[in-house]
Design a protein around this ligand. Sequence first.
Ligand code: ARG
Length: 558
Amino acid sequence: MKEEVIKLLNSAGVERQMAESLLEIPPDSAMGDFAFPCFKLAGVLRKSPAQIAKELEGKLKLSKGIEKVVAVGPYLNFFVNKGKRVAEVLERISKEKEKFGSGVRGKGKTITIDFSQPNIMKPFNIAHLRSTMIGNALSRILNYDSYKVIRINHLGDWGTQFGKMMYAYEAWGNKTELLKDPMHYMTNLYVRFHKEAEMDPSLEDRGREWFAKLEQGDKTARAYWELFSKLSLKYYNKTYTRLGITFDSWAGEAFYEPMLKDTIAFLQKKRIVKKSEGALIVDLEQYGITPCIIQKSDGSTIYATRDLAAAMYRAKTYNFYKNLYVVDVRQSLHFQQVFKTLDLAGFPWAKDCIHLPFGTMKFEEGVMSTRKGIIIFLEDVLDKVVDMVKEIIKEKNPKLKNKDKIAEQIGLGAVVFWDLSNDRVNDIIFDWKRVLDFEGDTAPYVQYTHARACAILRKAKAGKADYSLLKEAEEIALVKALGRLPDVVQKSAEEYKPHHIAKYLLDVCHLFNEFYHKHQVLVEDEELKMARLSLVLATKQVLANGLYLLGIKAPEEM
Ligand code: ARG
């Protein structure tokens, strides 16, 4: 339809490119389906925009798809033929099915996306959950737009905290106990270390010494590192499997360790490294950023050094079009330092490194901090929500088959959607009750609407239909919304923001439920019934596609 409008404008003398870039969709459909603003042309033609709109209105010949063109002030508004539009959208969905909404903008381009990144020896916390969910959704969305997506889990598996843990384990640890419940055990050791170090600060030095041993390749230290890593990965993998998340690369911080010497030497050769109080830094004062430290005064490297090496490695290995980092907003400065350093080192791709920040998720219990021992274990959150769903099912639909599987899909979906329906940069409060509200702006609401569509389709099968019978306002509004999926996916991909899709799904659900309450689907009139069934089928498809992109399951029954 847009193409038809562009052609019309073009035949009236408006350049194709201009028409394409300026055409808008008015917020209120009473103002038309497309609007062409005439301000730009006014500059070229030296007439008022309103005058131009009027002239175009007179010049345009209407086509089959475009019913009406009206000049309103500086705008030229187009009204498309409703029947034609309905048919176009529904035919396209029934043809493209699970591909409806996908694009081809990423053909031939690779995007690396760094997400999840838990810190070995520590439980998977809610910040990691946020990164995981957002990263997973973005990977799917970008992939849908034909990008080749490389999902990287940049594990936090190197750093002084390992030294602390090794000290703690040597001093107070016990292998049998460790193996019983590794994550809780390691967390407790870590908390104990910090408590004791408050009384005896020399413990910090002991930790540093252990870490230095690890860096120098000491056998005992290395063996501990391997043990702690192995146990942690086994535990993370349980959560990933549960959430249906996979990675293409597990290259974490330790992976870059052998490259750090060269990385530092390289930066020195570029003459951007300075000595400062025994440490090596890249001075960024000129850019209003505090210095990027690449080596501490004791000779050890830090987080930033490993990120510099990682970015260079990714550029070389994947030749990325964009290199994304889904990481807590509190690390913004870190990424500014790293990206600016890469820029100063002369890498043209530094501009393609993008930090995608997200805010904190807060619980009634307060924000967590592993050091203080206020920890919310992610599995506990997920289990609690799933248990709540089981209760609801028991009460509302006790005869449901596969209860446990569906409870899991709804519970996880609820947590994921709660996160993804907010603009990622915002802080969110996790509200146990509201995430599960079947009538709220939640996954269960979307999933329930999808299941309702499935239930209708189980009663009567959709088939060949005469779409022109769909004339009711609610039907047209719903079709219009369904037709928007490709644009919404594009917007999400361009802004790296999944919430556009989440919000869109809620809109579709509202419109579907309005339609469903006002009009019967399984009517006597066989033709009308088929037309309405095709609308239900298209709605089900769009909801399933959208949920898939967010990483949420769409059960057919619930
Ligand atoms: N492991 C880090 C943390 O939990 C996040 C790593 C983010 N990714 C990166 N390339 N720096 O804070």
